[in-house]
Write a protein that binds this ligand. Structure first.
Ligand SMILES: [Fe+2]
Length: 358
């Protein structure tokens, strides 16, 4: 006798409208140690299969009054797919045999059923049923495992991306503090780095920059004048025009800034922005006299917003220009100091209307 994995005996339904056939088959199976449930109508079996009870095999007659074997088989295949069905046929009828096998029966036996044939078929069917159930269990466990794994990967990804975005905020804050500290020495440029950063970001968004490129531009905006830290504040805040020597000193700040920033590997990409934020479209800028599109776009953007913010802020040597006057200057300098297509972006996107809190 074979037991189910749960340890219970295999339960077999025997359905035949003929009392004698039912009893003979039932008795033979009971002797082998199976739990047998006898049924005399298709209705009765369908009711049993519709309940929560577990059955391991159905042996069913085909020709019966009322609900016949074909209908019972169809119901079983559709509703209890893990339970094999063996069909009984009264005559050797190859057509019927093919029909029931096609409809999903596991096997068919011809009445009167020989004991050995019955047992061989029953054992095979139960083995098959066990395999199907085992496979199904594996499949479910597999799916469960896969879902758990996916959930785990998702959770880790979430954690990582949260940590990353936290890191980014901390990073940006640190750079803001640094930029603020530089400006602390010079009341005329307080908030300048932050305004430059926001205006540059605003233009670059309109140009379709990726978030990584925007980040780098943000850092570049905040740090573009970091090199001024090495310049005598008396020169930076001089209320009158600079002498040629003093101007030369001020013009070292992009190179000093480059030297400071290039020590941080994370900032490799902003080094060109710092070095070239005072280059001019016509090639008359410093420190390298780069011309036109040899100057990186981000550096060209910084040149515009840097100058605009300088013009619209009070300086030691002059008062702030009103917005429309500063825009006039941008127009005049388009194609000379500035890339005219980027001046257009600045105007079109109304970047000058951004408002800032220090
Ligand atoms: Fe500068």
């Amino acid at each position: 006798m074979m037991l189910e994995a749960s340890g219970r005996r295999n339960r077999i339904i025997v359905l035949d409208d003929e009392d004698r056939v039912r009893r003979v088959i039932g008795l033979q199976l009971e002797r082998e140690g199976y739990d047998v449930i006898l049924a005399e109508s298709g209705d009765e079996v369908i009711a049993k299969l519709s309940s929560d009870a577990q059955y391991d095999l159905l042996i069913s007659d085909i020709r019966m009054p009322g609900v016949d074997g074909h209908q019972v088989l169809k119901f079983a295949v559709e509703n209890v797919p893990d339970m094999p069905v063996i069909m009984l046929t009264g005559v050797v009828d190859i057509e019927t045999a093919i029909t029931v096998m096609k409809a999903g029966a596991f096997d068919y036996l011809v009445k009167p059923v020989r004991r050995d044939d019955l047992m061989t078929s029953v054992e095979k069917a139960l083995g098959y049923g066990r395999l199907i159930k085992y496979n199904r269990r594996l499949e479910i466990e597999n799916r469960k495992y896969q879902l758990e794994l996916e959930e785990e990967v998702n959770a880790r990804t979430r954690e990582l991306s949260e940590a990353l975005s936290q890191l980014r905020v901390v990073h940006m804050d640190t750079v803001r503090i640094l930029s603020g500290a530089i400006e602390e020495n010079d009341p005329y440029i307080r908030g300048h780095g932050n305004r430059v950063r926001h205006m540059a970001h605003h233009m670059a968004e309109a140009l379709g920059y990726s978030s990584r490129e925007l980040d780098m531009l943000d850092f570049g905006g905040l740090l573009h004048d970091v090199g001024k830290i090495a310049i005598d504040p008396r020169i930076l805040n001089k209320p009158s025009s600079l002498t040629p020597d003093e101007r030369k000193i001020v013009e070292t700040h992009p190179l000093v800034g480059e030297r400071i920033v290039s020590k941080v590997s994370y900032f490799t990409q902003i080094v060109p922005l710092i070095r070239w934020h005072h280059e001019r479209w016509d090639g008359k800028g410093y420190p390298d006299g780069l011309q036109g599109d040899k100057i990186p776009v981000s550096a060209r953007i910084l040149a515009i917003v840097d100058s605009y913010d300088a013009m619209t802020s009070d300086r030691a040597y002059r008062l702030a220009l009103p917005t429309n006057r500063a825009i006039d200057v941008l127009h005049q300098e388009a194609g000379r100091q500035f890339d005219s297509s980027l001046v257009e972006v600045f105007i079109r996107e109304k970047t000058y209307e951004l408002h800032f809190e220090d």
